[in-house]
Ligand binder design. Structure first.
Ligand code: PXP
Length: 239
């Protein structure tokens, strides 16, 4: 089975544009699960530009919602994760001025803190995933650090497909990485910049068992509704 994780950060982006309460990320989380999402992803950024601490508290208290918390690899975020106990954590790099998460983690540079976070979260049975670029070296490093999963950054292939450029080389790179990661018994996830077309393309890589998709789902929901959008993705992933 292939899982769909719905990232609801941009429900909070719209809410924050007015500085009031509407629309409600926790309701979007409940609805997304009702319509077939397998998990909900939220990214608690250092600058709290979308999801805030209150959203995390509220959504993590909803026991029927499998929650994937994306966060930077530091002690402050580890403390917050241990307090709220999401089901899953995905460690991501974070630069304050970036528009979105622009690339994968620098595992070598952050190896001590990442190892520590994985060990701490393991104690509470919180599954940790590392957001990495499609690189064999990074997959070897992820295994060495004790991670159970990797999430491959699909930003480059998504951008090539959207611009109608050749994407075969990047596709093969992702495929080789997914095959290699599975040979090390790592679970393989994918995310960033995905829409219907890119998901259909990546779906051919059978080693990928989870897709985390945000911006396109929330944007498409304006036109076709959250229910239809999630159902279309579920259909793509089922075929
Ligand atoms: N996966 C990870 C680890 C991310 O950081 C993001 C962006 O927050 C996504 C998936 C979703 O990306 P998008 O919003 O482009 O679908």
């Amino acid at each position: 089975m292939i899982n769909l994780g719905v990232n609801i950060d941009h429900v909070a982006t719209i809410r924050n544009a007015r500085g009031e309460d509407h629309p409600y990320p926790y309701l979007a989380a409940k609805d997304a699960i009702k319509y077939g999402a397998n998990s909900i992803t939220i990214h608690l950024r250092e600058d709290r530009r979308h999801i805030n601490d209150n959203d995390l508290r509220k959504i993590s208290s909803l026991k029927k919602i499998p929650l994937n918390l994306e966060m930077a690899a530091n002690h402050k975020m580890l403390k917050i994760a241990l307090k709220n106990k999401p089901n899953f954590v995905c460690l991501v790099p974070e630069k304050r001025k970036e528009v979105t998460t622009e690339g994968g983690l620098n595992l070598k540079k952050n190896k001590i803190i990442i190892k520590k976070i994985i060990r701490s979260l393991n104690k509470y049975k919180i599954r940790t995933s590392l957001f990495i670029n499609p690189s064999i070296k990074d997959i070897q490093f992820a295994k060495y650090l004790g991670s159970k999963c990797i999430e491959i950054h699909t930003g480059k292939i998504s951008s090539l497909v959207k611009k109608n450029k050749k994407y075969k080389k990047e596709f093969n790179k992702i495929k080789n990485c997914a095959v290699f990661a599975r040979s090390l018994n790592l679970e393989v996830h994918a995310g960033h910049g995905l829409d219907y077309k890119t998901t259909k393309i990546l779906k051919k890589i059978s080693q990928i068992t989870e897709y985390n998709i945000g911006h396109f789902i929330i944007g498409e929901s304006i036109h076709y509704g959250l229910k239809n959008t999630i159902k279309t993705f579920k259909k793509i992933l089922k075929k």
